[in-house]
Write a protein that binds this ligand. Structure first.
Ligand code: GDD
Ligand code: MG
Length: 340
């Protein structure tokens, strides 16, 4: 089975980090986020993957190339103007020929069982099957209402609270029969969530909703990007840090990892879960709790960081304090004794 991954979005909710690298290439524990998805695909024997690229398309080529290093055969379907999730897929149609295909959003992480998903899809004789997950706040996602047989009755993208009738949302993984492509307009922006799904339901097509068990996250906001690091480090997911991320010795009870060349001065203290990118420097007596420090950033002596993300090559002055929710842009400077 072939897979398509939608990775052309601009990742605006994850700025400033997505100004430097597109969201699916942001490092998560020292490996590009998309490599975790690749791992799930490989485990299920999917080797041919089409990347639907638009924003910063060349960056994906540079990092993944033909995919050989990853044990995959990658091809690229490029949109000159972003075509939306449906238009992007239509643009990849000729690369996806040869049977039903798997479609993934490029910013979600879930170790779903493709075999079970396919059996569900076949048993329901569905035209489209949508993997679902249960969340606390469905207004941030695509709400999916199903009947007791797993048939989708309604798809409502970003519902308001008075429309929320269940907590099952679109997990960003679909199985598509080849016949679906005939219903997607070519060469113009079109959304799967606001266009295709509601339109196919209105036309009486069979759409299946399969609840994918286990851990799931969409890393699309700074808070969630931080959270995926904490979840992996604290063992709440079936994923492990990249090979480049080594456990940091002397981090007391904290779960801390560091990339190649990271250096930690004496008396620095860690708590919770901490990820240091390659070449990061942590000053004497700095205190880090539940945070992510990306490649090449420098933290001054006595700096204090809590629940925040520091961009690549940023410099945090001595005794500066970064509080919860801080997202420090790559290359920026924070003065000595500043409080953010
Ligand atoms: N190629 C291409 N072109 N990809 C796109 C485009 C485009 O024009 N627009 C968005 N994408 C990609 C993004 O890069 C991302 O990987 C994926 O499509 C989903 O876009 P997001 O912008 O992250 O959407 P969302 O998180 O608000 O909502 C979507 O995901 C939720 C699950 O995380 C929807 O599919 C929801 O229904 C779903 O619940
Ligand atoms: Mg998203």
């Amino acid at each position: 089975m072939k897979a398509a991954i939608l990775i052309g979005g601009r990742g605006t909710r994850l700025r400033p980090f997505t100004l430097e690298a597109p969201k699916p290439l942001l490092p998560v524990l020292n490996r590009p986020f998309l490599e975790y998805q690749f791992q799930v695909l490989r485990r299920h024997g999917v080797r041919e993957v089409v990347l639907c690229v638009s924003y910063r398309a060349e960056a994906f080529h540079r990092v993944f190339g033909s995919g050989r290093r990853l044990g995959l055969r990658l091809s690229y379907a490029r949109e000159t103007l972003p075509l939306g999730t449906g238009g992007a897929l239509k643009n990849a149609e000729r690369l996806l020929r040869g049977g039903p295909c798997l479609v993934l959003n490029g910013d979600v992480l879930n170790a779903f069982d493709l075999g079970v998903f396919r059996r569900f899809h076949r048993a329901r004789r569905a035209e489209i099957s949508i993997a679902l997950t249960r969340v606390k706040d469905p207004t941030l996602y695509g709400l999916v209402l199903t009947d007791e047989t797993g048939r989708v009755r309604r798809f409502l993208e970003k519902p308001s609270w008075d429309e929320v009738e269940s907590n099952a949302v679109n997990a960003g993984a679909y199985l598509f029969e080849p016949s679906v492509f005939a219903h997607i307009p070519a060469g113009k922006p079109y959304s799967l969530e606001r266009g295709l799904f509601p339109e196919r339901l209105a036309a009486g097509a069979r759409l299946g909703g399969w609840v994918a068990p286990g851990y799931w996250i969409d890393i699309g906001t700074v808070e969630k990007y931080l959270q995926v690091h904490l979840d992996i480090l604290e063992g709440r997911t079936p994923f492990a840090p990249g090979a480049g991320a080594r456990p940091l010795r002397g981090a007391d009870g904290a779960r801390a990892v560091a990339g190649p060349g990271a250096r930690v001065a004496p008396f620095a203290r860690f708590s919770g879960a901490v990820s240091l990118g390659s070449g990061v420097r942590v000053g004497r007596g700095a205190q880090l709790s539940d945070c992510v420090v990306l490649d090449g950033a420098v933290l001054g002596d006595g700096a204090r960081l809590e629940r925040c993300v520091v961009g690549p090559r940023a410099r945090v002055g001595t005794h500066a304090a970064l509080g919860p929710g801080t997202a420090l842009a790559g290359g920026s400077r924070v003065g000595d004794y500043s409080q953010l």
